[in-house]
Design a protein around this ligand. Structure first.
Ligand SMILES: Nc1ncnc2c1ncn2[C@@H]1O[C@H](COP(=O)(O)OP(=O)(O)OP(=O)(O)O)[C@@H](O)[C@H]1O
Length: 625
């Protein structure tokens, strides 16, 4: 019995794109189909851990690639898990993967852009339609009787047909009826070349029928003829199980691209066999580009877990700390049980050792970039610098190593290249703290009034505008013995950097100015916890600071925007007694308005918003008239 069904709308859309967009690299269809065949074998091996009967009488998993010149077909066959009828309908007629859905959502309708996107993404099974105008899939799921085979076929337009067939062999055969312009794939030499390029590392044997040169008879030209014997045409050893010296960087890159769906080569690669109490192999990559959703801390980690070369799971979060969630790769353990579950992983001591080992390796990779490749390290910083900072709060054991790897912009450098060590080396004589400021944006940090005195004195201040900065810096109080000090917290104490005259002038201002400060305090009692005179300002009349140890006003704002409960923080208003506007306060009939404007402008200057913007505008207007 056979039935005709329609593709899910998204599949139809995807197919149209595959067939109509100029696919820049058509040969990848073979990589995709072989990769699916290999996944199907992995799945069988995994299910067979609990039910060896699934192997039937055919336990040697492999993939076969064959072609028929006369029929113009190319067939990829595996003896993996196979598909039941329902699975064929579900898996080949709809898109279940969230990654594909995200990809579909990004399509712009512009053919050129979309073609590029699709090239980066890989469309799995449907890529067959790049070279074929009809695909026939025949399959039988492991464990089902021969009578429950399935034939699925489609010409890649709106519909597909499903028929129940008799099939003795377990697994799946995918037959591509090649388009006229794709007949060059009916060539063993060409196919071997593609397999070599993309699928060498697949751990299963990929087999092709041997060919021999046969002289032509009766003056006919000779040709290659099949011999009936099959040979393995790939290395058939999982890449990470091979010796490092036998693997080229191109092979690593190609492997990375396949597991990550990235079109760019990775920024850094590390491949090691770890021996000792816990034995495992790690093959880890740092991508060259951050994913769009990198700041989602729940995002799946990118490391696949294998146990003794058997694939166990994708995205094994337990193998990598959250702040290194951008790392991709494979860990193959010799110690874990094959039936390990995600829950078990969390508790396993071997996994803990693997995580620690992988973390150290990744940090070494980054250190290596920092020491030896400025360009790549700059790329790393731009893409992953912010997420690495999360490690300060997450990974206490490696905090010092992490702190050395962080780079910042500063009041004297425009690029994010300043390390704490660079900063320390440039500290002024008598300076005893590393000064920094956090703000919503770099521009706001840079023009912050709090920096004025530092600028005047030629003291460098690190500018921090990543969302994670303030939270992360809560966990780092010093670097190499020098304390870190926010210039927007507490009273500025420039210590030895301030000369005696300046100190004296400040103290005098404080006493002289006391009645005015009291008046201001009273006028602003609902907004400011204190009002005091300061020497930190040069050009600005006022600024806001918080007590040492309090949450900064920016962080409070950010948390509030994110819908979190935040304790009410009343900042301290610091005023510059030398500023004409502050001087004007004395005896002004608009004292109340001026005082409030002073406060609201200090808030605006650091990127905040007056609590009552309309009242602020009204006050300014009163004075303008
Ligand atoms: N050779 C096969 N044997 C068994 N099932 C298959 C085979 N090829 C494809 N499938 C099924 O069809 C589904 C869809 O395949 P498709 O290639 O479109 O996506 P995917 O394999 O899930 O993702 P990707 O190829 O991007 O890794 C697969 O998830 C799998 O369930």
């Amino acid at each position: 019995m056979s039935k005709t069904l329609s593709f899910q709308a998204e599949v139809a859309q995807l197919l149209k794109l595959v067939t109509h967009s100029l696919y820049s690299n058509p040969e990848i269809f073979l990589r995709e189909l072989i990769s699916n065949a290999s996944d199907a074998c992995d799945k069988l091996r995994f299910e067979a851990l609990n039910d060896a009967g699934l192997y039937e009488t055919d336990a040697e998993l492999k993939v076969r690639v064959s072609f028929d010149k006369a029929a113009k077909t190319l067939t990829i066959t595996d003896n993996g898990i196979g598909l039941s009828q329902q699975e064929a309908i579900d898996n080949l007629g709809t898109i279940a993967k969230s990654g594909t859905r995200d990809f579909m959502a990004k399509l712009s309708g512009d053919q050129k852009n979309d073609a590029q996107l699709i090239g980066q993404f890989g469309v799995g099974f449907y890529s067959g339609f790049i070279v074929a105008d009809k695909i026939t899939v025949e399959s039988r799921r492991a464990g089902l009787p021969a009578s429950q085979g399935v034939r699925w076929s489609s010409d890649g337009t709106g519909e597909f047909e499903v028929t129940e067939i008799e099939r003795t062999e377990r697994g799946t055969s995918i037959t591509l009826h090649l388009k006229e312009d794709s007949l060059d794939y009916l060539n063993a030499w060409k196919l071997k070349g593609i397999i070599n390029k993309y699928s060498d590392h697949i751990s299963l044997p990929i087999m092709m029928e041997k060919e021999e040169w046969k002289e032509g008879e009766n003056d006919q030209p000779g040709e290659m003829a099949k011999t009936g014997d099959w040979e393995t045409v790939n290395q058939a050893a999982a890449l990470w199980t091979r010796a490092k010296k036998d693997i080229t960087q191109e092979q690593y890159d190609e492997f990375y691209k396949q597991i990550s769906y990235d079109s760019q080569a990775p920024l850094a690669t590390t491949h090691n066999r770890v021996e000792g109490a816990t034995e495992y192999t790690q093959l880890l990559f740092i991508p060259a580009k951050a994913p769009m959703d990198m700041f989602n801390r729940d995002k799946a980690a990118g490391v696949k877990l294998y146990v003794k070369r058997v694939f166990i799971m994708d995205d094994a979060q337990a193998l990598m700390p959250t702040y290194l969630r951008f790392v991709k790769g494979v860990v193959d353990s010799s110690d874990l049980p094959l039936n390990v579950s995600r829950e078990l992983l969390q508790e396993s001591r071997a996994v803990k050792a693997i995580r620690e080992g992988c973390t150290k390796r990744v940090l070494s990779m980054i250190e290596d970039l920092a020491a030896n490749d400025a360009e790549k390290f700059a790329t790393f910083q731009a893409e992953f610098g912010a997420v690495l900072k999360e490690g300060l709060g997450e990974d206490f054991a490696n905090r010092d190593r992490l702190a050395k790897l962080l780079r910042f912009t500063s009041s004297t450098t425009d690029t994010a290249t300043v390390s704490f060590a660079d900063y320390k080396a440039r500290m002024k004589e008598g300076q005893d703290a590393i000064y920094y400021i956090t703000a919503d944006t770099l521009a706001a940090a840079k023009s912050s009034p709090q920096l004025e005195i530092f600028r005047k004195k030629g003291i460098e201040v690190l500018l921090m505008a990543d969302r994670v900065d303030e939270w992360a810096l809560n966990y780092l109080h010093e670097f190499d013995g020098t304390p870190l000090q926010s210039v927007a917290k507490g009273a500025v104490d420039l210590g030895k950097l301030q000369d005696e005259d300046e100190k004296k002038a400040a103290e005098e201002a404080q006493t002289q100015f006391k009645p005015m400060l009291d008046k201001l305090k009273d006028a602003l009692k609902d907004k400011a916890s204190d009002v005091r005179a300061t020497t930190r300002l040069v050009d600005s009349p006022a600024c806001l600071v918080v007590q040492d140890g309090d949450m900064s006003t920016q962080l409070a704002r950010m948390l509030k925007q994110a819908g979190q409960a935040v304790p009410e923080i009343k900042p301290i208003l610091e005023v510059n007694a030398q500023h004409p506007l502050v001087k004007k306060l004395e005896g002004s009939e608009h004292f109340e308005d001026l005082a409030n404007i002073l406060f609201d402008q200090a808030l605006l200057a650091e990127g905040g918003m007056p609590s009552d913007p309309a009242a602020y505008v009204k006050r300014v207007n009163t004075l303008l008239l």
